[in-house]
Design a protein around this ligand. Structure first.
Ligand SMILES: NC(=O)c1ccc[n+]([C@@H]2O[C@H](COP(=O)([O-])OP(=O)(O)OC[C@H]3O[C@@H](n4cnc5c(N)ncnc54)[C@H](OP(=O)(O)O)[C@@H]3O)[C@@H](O)[C@H]2O)c1
Length: 240
């Protein structure tokens, strides 16, 4: 797929990984719609940075736990969306023993139901004769579940299966792939001691930072013969 001139929607794009993906797409020549939930100012600042790269940017707000199709409907301004990156997620600390029904449903809504119905809205809106691509942002720990992030891990496992099911359902016009991330950025508020400890568990002996994620997303988008793929970007953490 030619990224130059295509319009992309990135969810949760105000900060951190989503912001880096949005800037990476802009660097490749795509126009970008930045979705945010609570971070309107940061999304606006990222949009300014993107415009400075010579492409167009717009911001749209919305709670993906509510009505993902309504969020997608707000993207109109920059022309048909040809790229969807489902990045926004919740990462609550919960266990099977104590998770409440409400908390479970909230995590599933943002991390799994929203990507499903954003993808449905995206596929319905894609003009005839135009091809598109979706990248879901998942987590290699679906293969070795975190005990302490139960609802998150189960939702991301569903996102892995959704990636393959949607790739089959939407071929040949829309390709659907995923990146399964390892330790990319520390959770907000964690210090360098936390990073050092984390690095010991990773064959590559460091956390990734966002550049390898951006490279993986751009490569999955650009390669027209890859669909249903889940590409681990985890410094080899899954090998241990
Ligand atoms: N960071 C890592 O090392 C790592 C590791 C493995 C997997 N991942 C995955 O990579 C992706 C990005 O990670 P991250 O650490 O950058 O994520 P993050 O900072 O925890 O969250 C990303 C965005 O999700 C949005 N969001 C939260 N609740 C929402 C809701 N109800 N409706 C709409 N948007 C909502 C937030 O938007 P607002 O700020 O606008 O509220 C937030 O900026 C996630 O899918 C995560 O699971 C990350």
């Amino acid at each position: 797929m030619e990224l130059r001139g295509a319009t992309a929607l990135v969810t949760g794009a105000a900060h951190r990984v989503g912001r880096a993906i949005a800037l990476g797409l802009a660097g490749a020549g795509s126009n970008v719609v930045l979705h945010f939930h609570s971070s309107a100012d940061a999304a606006g600042a990222t949009a300014q940075e993107i415009r400075a790269l010579g492409v167009e940017a717009a911001t749209i707000g919305g709670d993906l736990g509510d009505d993902p199709a309504a969020v997608f409907a707000a993207c109109g301004e920059l022309g048909p969306v040809r790229i969807l990156v489902n990045n926004a997620a919740l990462f609550p600390d919960d266990r099977l023993a104590d998770v409440s029904r409400a908390a479970w449903e909230q995590t599933l809504a943002v991390n799994l139901t929203a990507p499903v119905f954003l993808t449905q809205a995206f596929a319905r809106a894609l003009p005839e004769g135009v091809d598109g691509a979706v990248v879901n942002v998942t987590d290699w720990r679906t293969q070795r579940p975190y005990p302490s992030h139960f609802s998150y891990t189960v939702a991301k496992g569903g996102l892995d299966t959704f990636t393959r099911a949607a790739a089959e359902a939407l071929a040949p016009r829309i390709r659907v792939n995923a990146v399964a991330l390892g330790a990319i950025l520390p959770p907000p508020g964690k210090d360098s001691a936390y990073l050092k400890e984390l690095a010991q568990e990773i064959p590559m002996r460091r956390v990734g930072g966002t550049d390898p994620v951006v490279a993986a997303v751009l490569s999955l988008l650009a390669n027209d013969f890859v669909t249903g793929e889940i590409l681990r970007v985890d410094g080899g953490a899954h090998l241990r």
